[in-house]
Design a protein around this ligand. Structure first.
Ligand code: HEM
Length: 535
């Protein structure tokens, strides 16, 4: 009898679960939103779960299949996702109607269990808004100018390293540009964030590099963590899945705690990010930069936002600056070098511009000099089109409301996906999209495209908080390298770089082998102190 009751209860529960999921998986059909047929028996997109296809690949595929539909619907872990395809709708969601779509759509298992997850990129609602206002003054152009010397020094360490390798290699050195640039930017960001000289370019064994690599390595477990945080809230909560692995959490929380204690005990006041974050811990706001003309810099602390950061909050922000800072900048620099190495005519034009501008600035790499190189900037912009670090960005509906410019109502909590990479390859906006062509980024050409056809930094109030810093880092590294070296690739490089499907960000699935040769004989033997002295 007991067994019969048990079987009956199990059957009722199974039927209820079936009906619940069936209803969930028919959300878009009921609302008349086009999209691939879905059923929970198909487990949504199992290739993504298994690391065989990235979420960026999915957004690309849906865009290609439903290009002419302003929106399309899919599911992930049973949650409905709305893909926005129409640039005007995207613009409204990101900018004009932002207040109703301000969430990132990421869930976490709480500050205590996952201390590194309460960072700006993940937060939503009021917590995000308050933190964004607090952190914005950290990235004004005044603060970046302050950090510039550190950024420049790291680029000299890189050229010192290459000089040594070139001398040892008899006049040329070939290396995978991606890990090389990852090492450079771990150096830069550990210096800019903590004032710690890790010199990872020379010493790849550094614990900073190991921790940073571990956090972003394209692995099934990292891909699953991100997927669950973005689209699988229920499973994440049940299994208490953290956004980062245990070692990474331990490393960043300890380094930050020790650095803060050291600085406070010794009363050290350094011009770096940690110093600004310590101000947020002790006072709740950062001093505005009086010399800075940015609107964010002169913004006063709003009433009711004097909440102070905790040490763990600081660790979470340092972690996201670290990861976002080195991942996106290293990708942008290595892909630019690789593409220029493949196209000697474009490389020649960059060489000419760099030589001319440096000559106009007494041979010195200054902030003003790197800001006066429009062609180099066009090249980086083209790299960011073809290899946008984030292939899609997300938003969450904060209220139940209509999607702008449509009659479609989405419930509070619905995730919206903006297919950045797919838009960057749409031939309607970008003819011959697989061709690396910096000329697409002249002001005239730009004026002919919808703004949402190009979103490497996102857009609206949630745009990348440190895009300017990222560009300065990338330009400084490229100017240092291309003022000294010429770059080339072998004959068998593929036309199209395959992208790693286990990585959330855009990571090449092949080595980006670039050969560096001195442009002038003296460049191969120049010593660091000489180069620093000459700027
Ligand atoms: C070439 C360099 C970079 C690119 C292409 C890039 C791209 C992006 C994109 C696409 C977003 C999402 C924006 C959106 O949702 O609308 C973002 C957000 C963010 N980025 Fe960057 N990024 C770069 C450099 C950096 C650097 C150097 C840092 C820190 C040191 C950084 C920190 C952040 C943070 C904290 C956010 C979250 C902002 C928020 O949600 O309010 N990024 N970035």
């Amino acid at each position: 009898m007991f067994a019969v009751i048990l079987a009956a209860v199990a059957a009722v529960l199974a039927a209820a679960a079936y009906l619940f999921l069936q209803r969930r998986y028919s959300t878009w059909k009921r609302k008349g939103v086009p999209g691939p047929p879905a059923s929970f028996l198909s487990l949504s997109v199992p290739k993504v779960w298994l690391g065989q296809e990235s979420m960026g690949d999915v957004t690309d595929r849906i865009y290609q299949e439903y290009r002419d539909c302003p929106v399309a619907g899919t599911y992930m872990f049973g949650n409905p996702l709305l893909h926005l395809h129409d640039p005007e709708i995207i613009k409204q969601v990101l900018i004009k109607e932002f207040q109703d779509f301000s969430g990132r759509g990421v869930s976490t298992i709480g500050k205590d269990a996952d201390p590194l997850a309460s960072h700006l990129f993940f937060l939503g609602g009021t917590a995000w808004k308050n933190l964004r206002v607090k952190l914005a003054p950290t990235f004004t152009s005044g603060k970046i100018k302050y950090m510039f010397e550190t950024i420049r020094q790291s680029s000299y360490q890189l050229s010192d390293y290459l000089d040594e390798r070139i001398a040892a290699g008899g006049g040329a050195h070939c290396e995978d540009a991606r890990p090389l640039m990852m090492r450079l930017f771990v150096d830069t960001i550990s210096s800019v964030a903590f004032g710690i000289e890790s010199n990872v370019v020379k010493n790849p064994q550094s614990e900073f590099y190991t921790a940073a690599k571990k956090a972003v390595e394209p692995s099934v477990s990292n891909a699953l963590r991100s997927l669950l945080a973005m689209f699988g809230r229920e499973i994440q909560q049940v299994f208490q899945v953290r956004s980062t692995n245990r070692e990474t959490t331990k490393f960043f929380t300890e380094v930050v705690r020790e650095s803060i204690e050291y600085r406070e005990n010794k009363k050290i006041d350094r011009p770096d990010m940690l110093n600004l974050l310590i101000q947020l811990k002790n006072r709740g706001f950062v001093d505005a930069d009086k010399a800075d003309k940015d609107s964010t810099a002169t913004r006063q602390e709003p009433a009711g936002n004097s909440i102070k950061l905790t040490t763990n909050d600081i660790a979470a922000q340092v972690f996201v600056f670290f990861i976002a800072g080195f991942e996106s900048s290293s990708g942008s620099t290595s892909f630019t070098l690789y593409e220029l190495a493949k196209q000697p005519k474009l490389l020649e034009r960059v060489h000419q511009e760099v030589d001319q501008v440096l000559a106009d600035h007494d041979g010195k790499i200054t902030y003003e000099a790197i800001m006066s190189m429009p062609y180099l900037e066009m090249c980086i912009n083209e790299t960011l089109r073809m290899y946008a670090p984030l292939p899609f960005i997300s938003r969450e509906a904060m209220v139940t409301r209509k999607v702008p410019l449509t009659e479609l109502t989405v419930e509070k909590g619905t995730r919206l996906l903006i297919p950045v990479r797919a838009l960057h390859y749409d031939p309607v906006y970008w003819p011959d999209p697989y061709k690396y062509d910096p000329e697409r980024h002249t002001p005239d050409k730009k004026a002919t495209r919808p703004t949402a056809a190009y979103l490497p930094f996102g857009d609206g109030p949630r745009i990348c908080i440190a895009g300017r810093l990222g560009m300065v880092q990338v330009k400084t590294a490229l100017v240092r390298l291309l003022s000294k070296y010429t770059v080339s690739v072998g004959d068998n490089e593929p036309d199209k770089v395959p992208i790693n499907p286990r990585s959330f960000a855009t990571t090449p699935d092949i080595p980006l082998n670039v050969t560096f040769r001195p442009r002038r004989p003296a460049d191969g033997i120049q010593k660091r102190h000489q180069s620093v002295a000459s700027g």
